[in-house]
Design a binder for this molecule. Sequence first.
Ligand SMILES: CC(C)(COP(=O)(O)OP(=O)(O)OC[C@H]1O[C@@H](n2cnc3c(N)ncnc32)[C@H](O)[C@@H]1OP(=O)(O)O)[C@@H](O)C(=O)NCCC(=O)NCCS
Length: 173
Amino acid sequence: MSQLRIETARLLITEFDESMAECVHINSLDEDTLRFVPDEVFATVQEAHDAITFLITCYGDTASPLVYPVLLQSGENIGYVQAVPLADEWEVGYHIAAKHTGNGYASEAVDGFLPVIMRKLGIERIWGICRADNAASRRVLEKCGFSLASQTVGDYHGEVHELCKYLWTVKQA
Ligand SMILES: CC(C)(COP(=O)(O)OP(=O)(O)OC[C@H]1O[C@@H](n2cnc3c(N)ncnc32)[C@H](O)[C@@H]1OP(=O)(O)O)[C@@H](O)C(=O)NCCC(=O)NCCS
């Protein structure tokens, strides 16, 4: 797979390098990350570095999580977007650091990311799954054109929660 690089109006979505460990560590400490995506909290710079080193090895492998940092045009690292294998399908994920939320960055990143990653993966649909009480995440999916496919109670990071499963297909774009 060639190196991914997506430019949107305000953002650059690119690939991780090891110099990003400190900002990945700091961004991951947000309260909402702890609450909604606890497996993506890196308590130390070393933990973030280990995760990045692993994620770099995943680029080019279509059976592994594909995670890409989201940067402002200033170069500041404000979060990530990702496509994660889910049985035979794929799920999109995203995080924007708390101090940058509310500016439309997650929606802009997901909008820019989906067509490119789906073309790379050769897929025509992708899931967006979040806790029903994660209003901001649901809104991001809705703004990006996902449709609510189901709302059920199920396992989420080892706890039972009401979950919303959204679907986006190429035909809808
Ligand atoms: C979810 C998250 C990515 C949103 O990032 P963001 O850059 O603020 O997203 P956007 O600005 O593109 O859109 C957020 C939308 O949610 C809305 N929103 C935010 N908090 C809300 C709340 N508590 N209730 C209702 N709507 C809310 C915003 O108003 C905005 O909608 P609008 O543009 O119609 O006004 C960010 O909060 C985050 O990283 N959270 C922690 C990680 C996470 O939950 N990831 C998703 C796991 S499924």
